[in-house]
Ligand binder design. Structure first.
Ligand SMILES: [Zn+2]
Length: 134
């Protein structure tokens, strides 16, 4: 059975994380090609990518025809993996999104009404469409 982290444990560890870790954990990594080592004896490309935000790296083997030969192996920066608090999912993941926003870099735009269609939340537009078609 997987142990899940409780929200208060996540809240306290997330306070110490760099914002980049929070962004990668809530919005996914930003993988970019870093290296491609072609071993002509084994006919294998060992491909390495690095995340542009958290600087974690992942590596896997691919064949000369492009086929995938291994799973990704991950080499993350110290502190990215948490020992002993369990898997972060559900309400605990909500905590990460909220903390990321609170510690974010000013990209939040505040709107107070319905001045323009683009400012209406997607969930509100979806609910209006569902009401109209009912
Ligand atoms: Zn990352």
């Amino acid at each position: 059975m997987t142990d899940y982290a409780d929200a208060s444990a996540v809240e306290s560890v997330a306070a110490d994380w760099p914002v980049t870790f929070l962004e990668c954990r809530t919005r996914a990594h930003n993988w970019r090609p870093l290296d491609d080592l072609h071993n002509t004896f084994y006919h294998v490309h060992t491909v390495t990518e690095r995340c542009g935000r958290c600087k974690g790296e992942r590596t896997r083997d691919e064949g000369e025809r492009g086929e995938i030969l291994s799973d990704w192996g991950y080499d993350m920066k110290p502190g990215y993996y948490l020992e002993g608090i369990g898997r972060i999912a559900g309400a605990s993941r909500n905590v990460l999104r909220r903390v990321m926003r609170e510690r974010g870099n000013g990209r939040v735009t505040v709107v107070s009404g319905l001045q323009a269609k683009a400012e209406v939340p997607r969930t509100v537009l979806r609910d209006e469409r569902q009401r109209a078609s009912a």
